[in-house]
Design a protein around this ligand. Sequence first.
Ligand code: ZN
Length: 309
Amino acid sequence: MEDLTQQAKSVHAQFDEHLDLDVDAIESRLETLVSKYRIPPEEAQRSLIENYREEADLNHDDLDPRSNNHVDVATIDEDEQWIDVRVKVVELWEPRSDAIAQVGLLGDESGRIKFVSFATSDLAELEEDSVYELSNVVTDEYEGRYSIKLNRTTSITEIEEDIEPGNDHDDQTGALVDIQRGSGLVKRCPTDDCTRVLQNGRCSEHGEVDGEFDLRIKGVLDDGTTVQEVIFDCEQTEELTDITLDRAKEIARDKLDTGAVLERMEPDIVGRYFEVTGPKFGRYLLVDEFEQLGALSADEALEQLEVTA
Ligand SMILES: [Zn+2]
C-alpha cells in the first residue's frame, strides 16, 4: 500500500517535533482503519491527525500545513481534490462577473495553474508576485484542463520565500490529421467564468443560454509515432485559416449554419504540418505559438501513411 506509506510519512512529518512516532506504526494504524474498518484512506488520515493533535495538545494552527496534502501544481490530475499549494501569483486577470472575487494564474517550481476565488468566500485578496501557502483549495477540471478554486475554508498565508514558477510548456510537431467536434465557429456560455462551448444552444452546466461567438480549432497532431490533441484559440484560428471572427459570423449568417464555417476552414488546414508550443492541460496542448511547416508532398504523405499504418 504505497499510498498509505506516503500518508504515514506525511502524518509523521507533521508531528515530528511534537510526538515520538515512527512511520511504520502510523502506517499500521492507517492500515487497520482502512482494511479492517473500511474507512476511506483520506478520512483515516484525517482522524489519525486529529488524534495525534489532541495527544500532543496542539491547536490546528500549530501544525505545519505543508505536510498535509501538499501538492505540486503540475501534478494535479484529478477533479475535486482537497489540497494545499505553495505558489506565487503570476498574473491576475479581470474577473468577468461580480461573483468572481479574483481570477488568475498561480505557479510553483513545477508549473502554472489557473485559480478562481469567489466573492461569497470573503477571502483576503492575493497580490501579484507575492508568494502564498494556500491550504484547503479544491481542484477543478474542465476539458482536461485543471484549475484550483479557493473557498470559504481556504487559509491564505503570505510567505517570504521567493518561487520561480516553472515552465511546463511542451512542443509538438506533426500533421494536423483530424479536426474534432466543437471546432470552427462556436458559441460559449456567458455565465460567470464558465465559457463552456454550447451544444445545440445548451451549456452542460447552465442549460439553455444566449451564447457568445468564438472561434477555435480542436485538432489532432500526428508525427507518425505519437498523436497530440491541440487547441488553437480565436486569434490563432483567424491566423491559421485567414477567416476572422466577423467573417465567420457572416458566412454562418449567409448559409444559416455555423457548420459552414468549419467546412470552409477544413480543406485549408487538414494535412498541414505544424510545430506548436504551449502548456499541456490533461489531454490537450493549448497552443501558445505555432509555426506552419507547409503542406506535405505526395511522397511525404505516403511515408506518413506507412509510418502510421
Ligand atoms: Zn455554462
